[in-house]
Design a protein around this ligand. Structure first.
Ligand SMILES: Nc1nc2c(c(=O)[nH]1)N[C@H]1C(S)=C(S)[C@@H](COP(=O)(O)OP(=O)(O)OC[C@H]3O[C@@H](n4cnc5c(=O)[nH]c(N)nc54)[C@H](O)[C@@H]3O)O[C@H]1N2
Ligand SMILES: Nc1nc2c(c(=O)[nH]1)N[C@H]1C(S)=C(S)[C@@H](COP(=O)(O)OP(=O)(O)OC[C@H]3O[C@@H](n4cnc5c(=O)[nH]c(N)nc54)[C@H](O)[C@@H]3O)O[C@H]1N2
Ligand code: SF4
Ligand SMILES: [Mo]
Length: 636
């Protein structure tokens, strides 16, 4: 195979440029493009396994209509007519049509779905299963979710991995941190456990889950007590005095108790931040999957600000870049500007079951919603409650299983597109490297063909039109032809954000948080906190049936309340107030005794799928999912 340069469109911060070719034995290879400045010639193991996934015999390659308890292959004409007929009867009651678009495909063209369903005025899903809580927190603090250029990280002198499992979640961030370390940077990891950061970090502080806002407050308390916050920094904040009163009114010992850490550990974090060398803080996504996840991020930002590490080279608080910021999404704006009814993703089952008018037609693309959203059993009930469910996917996931019609889609590397990143500022051209198998088609093709069948028709522009329109921004100096030739372009963004502490709020200032809410204590009958963390070898539920062991594995420390009275020679069950599931136990003595750790993404239909026992709940900001608020116990 001739080498093809394309780009990864999976939901991953690194947004790699990829080189697809074959090795000397003719086997297909996917590698990191050595010429791309950010990808720098390497990628994760997930994408290397993708050619096998794309060619997998379990792949759905024809539209499948549910008939009784089985599936009938039908033609695209029949499938699209089926959808159009249903939609055409509902256009007068658009609130009964619900469109849910996931982030499995991070590229531009899947947004054609927002154009199509937005034009109908259909209901849409808002909020997020992922990062919106922290993003909203950063916007509340700084006026925008933005950070210094990540490519300058190797020059940082001090780096904090705050709840960030870099080796799993972003191989390139891990690479940049390693470079910085080799150049002499000091690394502090503040974690609830389950990562592999000991190998990178000079020091590790292991705190109780969900309590980061109290650790940040304890450090801020110490800074105020010792008078280390500079007047120049303070002058750039709005409402600083009230914030200080709130911090100072806390008792240092109470704060340490809540976090479960020692005075020495607090002193270590204080000393790390109280430095003339700038500190770069990389905030992970895990610590915002709590009821007060937004506050967790806000108090960490407050600490970074007060210590003078925002707006300087080598500093910054890194959380998330909105993926649409370097492209123009105007082409997606529906022609008809009817306000759309909104369903909140983390509690979507409750909302569907209570909807008035009832949801009669639901379209799901780019997400394994049933498996990946809290309360799996309610999600199944909700889909059964809807008359017609269309799922666009390539595998028989727990979501597809509950569809009335499955439309087979093209996957990563099988379609042309443009993709941006939530970590760096490169915009990559994704070229089709493989033909989609059988009758699988891109989401864009499906939306365009469906649009033609609606009355009145909804016109979805061609691929070239959508892509060319998306490049028209002040940040990019390229057209589509150039990008097709050059494969990527870096958006013109400042390397240092918020220089001189000028923030994006209308008053130009930093806005500290106004509340510090208490963290829930584990109930006596459910003493463990369940953290369902990412796995290295797969992206969320993009696993194959053969990747599933007979039972999912829970890691737990030998000591503590988790295993009291549990006989490990008998079957162990993981139990929440919602449901219970059988699990394997792996002892991991490095973990705090209050934790149970599982790796997320396994499918409920194979007895995995932790969302069976995770209750649906919202975070304090951004309509996020409070996955890690869940308390559980183990029993026989
Ligand atoms: N291999 C792989 N990479 C991925 C993904 C994947 O599925 N697989 N998914 C991608 C996506 S969409 C996302 S959102 C990211 C997720 O990437 P991460 O944010 O890294 O993912 P999580 O596993 O949710 O949480 C990571 C860390 O948060 C820590 N943590 C949990 N609770 C707390 C807390 O209260 N305080 C502190 N300080 N730490 C805490 C845990 O110890 C864990 O190590 O990864 C992306 N990259
Ligand atoms: N228990 C628990 N659950 C969680 C989390 C947690 O911390 N704990 N974290 C959450 C997080 S951070 C995230 S981001 C979500 C991820 O959850 P989802 O957004 O559901 O992502 P995936 O599990 O990767 O499933 C994506 C599906 O889309 C399909 N797909 C891939 N590419 C395409 C495409 O181009 N078009 C279409 N139509 N389909 C495609 C894949 O085959 C796959 O079935 O999970 C959340 N779920
Ligand atoms: S999943 Fe992430 S690290 Fe792996 S190839 Fe895609 S963008 Fe790169
Ligand atoms: Mo995510």
């Amino acid at each position: 195979m001739e080498p093809i340069i394309t780009a990864c469109t999976l939901d991953c911060p690194d947004a790699c440029s990829l080189l697809v070719d074959s090795d000397t034995k003719g086997r297909i290879r996917v590698r990191g493009n050595p010429d791309h400045p950010f990808t720098a010639g390497f990628t994760c193991m997930k994408i290397k396994r993708y050619p096998a996934r794309l060619a997998n015999p379990d792949r759905i390659t024809r539209p499948l209509l549910k008939v009784g308890s089985g599936w009938n292959p039908i033609s695209w004409d029949e499938a699209l007519d089926f959808c159009a007929d249903k939609l055409n009867t509902l256009t007068k009651t658009p609130d009964s049509i619900l469109h849910v678009s996931g982030s499995a495909d991070m590229a531009v063209l899947k947004d054609a779905g927002f154009l199509l369903f937005g034009s109908l005025g259909a209901a849409t899903a808002v909020g997020s299963l992922c990062s919106a809580t922290g993003t909203e927190a950063c916007i509340a603090d700084f006026g925008v979710s933005d950070h210094n250029d990540i490519e300058d990280l190797p020059q940082a002198r001090r780096i904090v991995l705050w709840g960030k499992d870099v080796n799993r979640c972003s191989v390139h961030t891990a690479g940049l941190v390693t470079k910085a370390k080799k150049a002499g940077a000091r690394i502090l990891s503040i974690t609830a456990g389950g990562d592999e950061n000991e190998s990178l970090a000079d020091q590790v502080v292991n705190l109780l889950p969900g309590t980061d806002r109290f650790l940040a407050t304890a450090v801020l308390h110490r800074m105020l007590e010792r008078g280390t916050v500079s007047d120049k920094v303070v002058s750039r904040a709005f409402g600083w005095d009230n914030f200080c009163r709130m911090v100072i009114s806390q008792s240092q010992n109470d704060l340490l108790d809540i976090c479960g850490i020692s005075m020495d550990e607090l002193e270590a974090v204080f000393t790390f931040y109280n430095s003339h060398e700038p500190v770069a803080t990389l905030i992970g996504w895990g610590l915002q999957r709590y009821r007060f996840g937004g506050q967790n991020v806000r108090f960490i930002n407050a600490l970074c600000f007060a210590a003078g590490h925002i707006g300087v080279f080598g500093g910054s608080s890194y959380f998330f870049l909105p993926i649409t910021r370097n492209i123009n999404s105007a082409w997606v704006q529906p022609v008809l500007h009817r306000p759309q009814k909104k369903f909140q993703k983390p509690i979507i089952a409750q909302e569907i079951l209570a909807a008035d008018p009832p949801v009669k037609f639901m379209w799901i693309n780019g997400t394994n919603l049933v498996n990946q959203t809290p309360d799996y059993l309610a999600n199944v009930r909700a889909l059964k409650h809807v008359e017609t469910v269309i799922v666009v996917d390539a595998f028989m996931t727990d979501t597809a299983l509950n569809a009335d019609l499955i439309l087979p889609c093209a996957l990563v590397m099988e379609k042309e597109d443009i993709v941006t990143s939530y970590l760096h500022n490169y915009v990559n051209y994704a070229r089709s490297a493989f033909d989609p198998p059988g009758q699988a088609r891109s989401d864009h093709w499906i939306f365009r063909e469906l649009g033609k069948r609606l009355v009145p028709a909804v016109d979805i522009p061609s691929i070239s039109e959508c892509l060319a329109a998306s490049l028209k921004t002040e940040w990019l100096e390229t057209g589509l032809d150039d990008l097709r030739k050059n494969n990527w372009i870096k958006a013109k963004r400042p390397r240092v954000l918020f220089e001189n502490n000028r923030f994006a709020h209308p008053d130009g200032r930093y806005h500290p948080p106004k509340r510090l809410d208490p963290e829930e204590k584990p109930p006596a009958t459910y003493p463990l906190r369940l953290l369902t963390l990412i796995r290295k070898e797969a992206l969320h539920s993009q696993m194959l049936p053969a990747d599933h062991n007979p039972l999912p594995t829970i890691e737990i420390s030998k000591d503590g309340p988790g295993l009291a009275g549990v006989d490990l020679n008998k079957q162990v069950w993981l139990v929440s107030p919602l449901a219970r599931m059988p699990v394997n136990i792996k002892i991991n003595s490095a973990l705090r005794p209050e934790l149970a750790i599982g790796r997320r993404g396994g499918w409920a239909r194979y007895g995995h799928g932790y969302n069976r026992i995770i209750e649906a709940g919202l975070t304090d900001m951004g309509e996020g999912a409070a996955f890690y608020q869940q308390f559980v116990r183990l029993e026989n």
